[in-house]
Design a protein around this ligand. Structure first.
Ligand code: AMP
Length: 227
């Protein structure tokens, strides 16, 4: 099962991605997580990426594209994968398409979580990260996933904020990139949706309304995946 997951920052993409990953038992590959892990380990990739991430800009394609195409060749990806945070622009979409064709791989699903920009912004500013597991959802502005005091609601771990989550200019910058239908993330998403249209609905496109609570969005997604 090979799946691309689209959604603006703050749409609950990470949370829904974790659900899809568990359903299909495939690795959940999140570009942002890979970068953050490299930053905390102080690797050269992390050092190179940090400035861009702090400003809410994309890490250059020359770094990101080979990193992801390489990751997809790892053993755990043989049965499939869920890509989250990639492609993030039209060039990345075209390069991914090219690489998949070269490897004779076909995509199964394009999942797009649709959410108005204003709602997405508030959600980002309330997001808290669990130090034990990046996929433990906590948000001080969303009742369903409110932390337990100042601790993770799933495991009781300590919570921290992402530096780029509290910076309004960086959030706006990230959303400018996401909602850009000319060359940004939505352009990449539309690239794959067009391919699907041209090939009679393959990969399947699932548009999910991201406005309801996490549970409602998850059950909508699960129903549409037919699982
Ligand atoms: P995220 O966790 O998905 O919000 O990603 C955090 C940051 O990592 C983004 O704001 C970018 O700076 C960088 N990033 C994540 N995915 C990509 C990508 N596909 N291409 C370039 N930069 C990326």
């Amino acid at each position: 099962m090979k799946i691309l997951l689209f959604g603006p920052n703050g749409s609950g993409k990470g949370t829904q991605g974790a659900i899809v990953k568990d359903k299909f038992k495939i690795p959940h590959i999140e570009t942002g997580v890979i970068f953050r892990e490299n930053i905390s380990k102080g690797t050269s990739l992390g050092k190179e990426a940090k400035g861009y991430i702090d400003r809410g800009e994309l890490v250059p394609d020359s770094i990101t594209i080979p990193m992801i195409l390489d990751r997809l060749k790892a053993d755990d990806c043989k049965k499939g994968w869920l890509l989250d945070g990639f492609p993030r622009n039209l060039t990345q979409a075209q390069e991914l398409d090219k690489a998949l064709k070269k490897e004779g791989m076909t995509l199964d699903y394009i999942i797009e979580i649709v959410l108005p920009r204003e709602i997405a912004k508030n959600r980002i500013m309330g997001r808290r990260l669990c130090v034990n597991d990046n996929n433990h959802p906590n948000n001080i502005f969303i009742d369903a996933i409110k932390p337990n005091g100042d601790k993770c609601r799933v495991c009781g771990g300590a919570l921290k904020t992402r530096s780029d989550d509290q910076d309004e200019a960086a959030i706006d910058q990230r959303h400018n990139i996401y909602y850009d239908t000319k060359s940004g993330t939505l352009a990449g998403c539309n690239y794959f949706k067009d391919l699907s249209k041209k090939s009679g609905g393959s990969p399947k496109v699932l548009e999910i309304d991201g406005r309801p609570g996490v549970k409602e969005v998850a059950s909508d997604l699960t129903a549409k995946l037919g699982k």
